[in-house]
Write a protein that binds this ligand. Structure first.
Ligand code: N2P
Length: 361
């Protein structure tokens, strides 16, 4: 009898505790493996509330309007602004044993110089590039055989885009994604541009805007399914989608000759996180070699977790779109974070192109 009462009491207590323990994760869409979240829940008993966003602007707005998340994944430049504005919590490294054991020191060193000395506020999650993806045959059918995309200026050329409108051209619907590319097309750098150069870049996007769609979600499936023939793309999302089709060689992904952005998506804890303990447990879990490799193999982006290397599939590890060659790496820049004024100007530029009521996905 006593035993039964005790059992009921303990069961009651642990059930209450289990019901309370949850962690709220806000991540880019399609950015974990199929079992990443369920495996974490099974291992830890922590319930995951998992939601997805499509752009840095959306995540930034969530943070600034005080939505409560425990773990978020801003790109390096937005991360820097959020850190500057006191919107992030410092990491407790004692709760992240895998930080010391499993991360790639060389990768961290690059970031420490530029971004977050000592990785106090965030860790790199995955990194990638932004390029032009297109259906070779569909584009040649319009532009003539032998036509190739090799420059951002082609993608912002009215004469090219107006013609390709017949098979569909898509731009990513985010100033953070598109304005650096337009800055490259006007011959300047996405880092250290002048106001006049930003205006020039804005006019470039403006002129072609009526011939293109602006979508972040499904840009890769739209291309594969033939809804578009050209799209601005992130390398990994495209490669993951091409892995599912019979005809991957029909498509091309280029980092144009002017170069492009190397972005690093960080993992970090917001200042208003409710479950900081579970946030650390989750981040530490992402840094496990095998857990991380399963994500890399599925999302087709490189991470900074060295311990994942032995478990990366050969076809991912040898893919030079996913792991750019050193020649291509030299053409990639990690833009310095915008000042508050620059970020506001970029947003205003985007609203002048997309309409005053534009909202981030
Ligand atoms: C996730 C892609 C995130 C890349 N599917 C943008 N930084």
């Amino acid at each position: 009898m006593i035993r039964n009462v005790l059992f009921a009491l303990t069961a009651g207590i642990s059930m209450t505790a289990a019901a309370q323990e949850e962690v709220r994760i806000y991540n880019w869409s399609d950015y974990v493996g199929p079992d990443t979240i369920s495996d974490f829940e099974a291992q830890t008993g922590i319930k995951v509330i998992y939601e997805e966003f499509e752009s840095n602007e959306r995540l930034d707005e969530a943070l600034r309007t005080n939505e409560a998340w425990d773990v978020i994944f801003p790109s390096d430049n937005f991360f820097a602004g959020q850190m500057r504005d006191g919107l992030l919590s410092p990491l407790n490294k004692r709760k992240l044993p895998n930080y010391y054991a499993n991360l790639d020191r060389a990768f961290l060193a690059t970031m420490q110089t530029d971004l977050d000395p000592g990785n106090r506020y965030g860790l790199p999650y995955m990194w990638g590039t932004t390029g032009i993806a297109y259906n070779i045959e569909a584009v040649e059918a319009v532009m003539g055989s032998g036509f190739e995309f090799s420059s951002w200026t082609q993608l912002f050329d009215v004469n090219v885009v107006r013609r390709l409108q017949s098979c569909g051209v898509n731009f990513l619907d985010s100033p953070d994604e598109m304005m650096p590319l337009a800055l490259l097309a006007v011959g300047t750098s996405p880092t250290g541009y002048t106001d006049a150069e930003l205006e020039q870049a804005t006019r470039l996007v403006q002129r072609v805007s009526r011939y293109v769609t602006f979508k972040l979600e499904d840009f890769e499936s739209d291309l594969i399914e033939g809804n578009t023939c050209v799209t601005v793309a992130w390398n990994g999302d495209l490669m993951a989608a091409l892995d599912e089709v019979d005809n991957p060689a029909d498509f091309n992904y280029v980092v144009p000759e002017e170069g492009s952005i190397l972005w690093i998506d960080m993992v970090t804890i917001p200042h208003n996180a409710k479950n900081v303990e579970a946030a650390h447990t989750f981040i530490n879990y992402l840094l496990e070699g095998e857990v991380n490799a399963k994500i890399v193999n599925y999302v087709a982006y490189p991470s900074a977790v060295r311990a994942a290397t032995p478990y990366i599939d050969e076809e991912i590890a040898s893919n030079t779109v996913i792991f750019p060659s050193s020649e291509e790496r030299r053409r990639l820049v990690i833009p310095a974070p915008d000042t508050v004024e620059q970020a506001n100007r970029k947003l205003a530029a985007w609203r002048s192109i997309r309409g005053a009521d534009w909202v981030a996905e």
